[in-house]
Design a protein around this ligand. Sequence first.
Ligand code: SAH
Length: 260
Amino acid sequence: MPHDDFPAGSVWLVGAGPGDPDLLTRKAARLIGAAEVVFYDALVGPGVLDLIAPGAERVSVGKRSGRHSKDQGTIDALIVAAALSGKRIVRLKGGDPAIFGRTAEEVAACNAAGVAVRICPGITAASAAVASAGTSLTLRGIARRLTLVTAHAQAGQPIDLDWDVLAAPDATLAIYMGRAAAATVAQQLIAAGRAAETPVLVVVNASLPDERIIRGRLSALAFLVEAISASDPAVLIVGEAVAGGAPSRVARGTALSVVG
Ligand code: SAH
């Protein structure tokens, strides 16, 4: 069936999911294949990029922890200029564009330039992480709220979060960009009253072939993330909901058990 939702000169912000191309929506796959120019982040998986049409232009605007190859204003300007040249543009973003994805800025830039822009959602890292671990983000009667939080801080700056709210025992915390701040997160949560033995789940490269699943307790969070390299994306999940599920898996065929 032909689609008329991707006119020349328009932009789609497309959620690329956590990495595994099978976790793309059908719509995302269709839009990626139809784009004439694709701007993509460092966290977009290689299998997803394989869906770009052979003749299409690929532009890496890769942002990686601490190393921003292009600043946000430059990315906005590039997207707008490409659309104004009359091409069909896909801006591919890891996970869901609406979660820590700078989507608001890119939508505003398109709107300001009179460029039509739409959003295709994707599977966010926290959803992929608990799926891989065979567990859930909520637990009936026990984990009744889910907070997505970023613990990315500027070097030397304290992390400005409301620890009292995050320490509530019925809250599941899905912490994005939290590897470097893991020790502070654990310490602040425990100081605010969260139990030191609260289960934590760390998933590195969720949904990708080199995925790692690490389980432990809040008190050991800093230790759990120690071996994760800064270039590997990791999501930290804290709360009773992640107590169940499959055991830790650090590499294919090996298991790691850490008791904090
Ligand atoms: N929009 C994305 C999040 C972007 S922020 C989403 O919805 O998932 C980037 C952070 O997302 C990373 O630092 C990491 O915390 C998390 N992340 C993204 N992809 C991941 C993956 N495959 N496995 C684990 N964490 C991931």
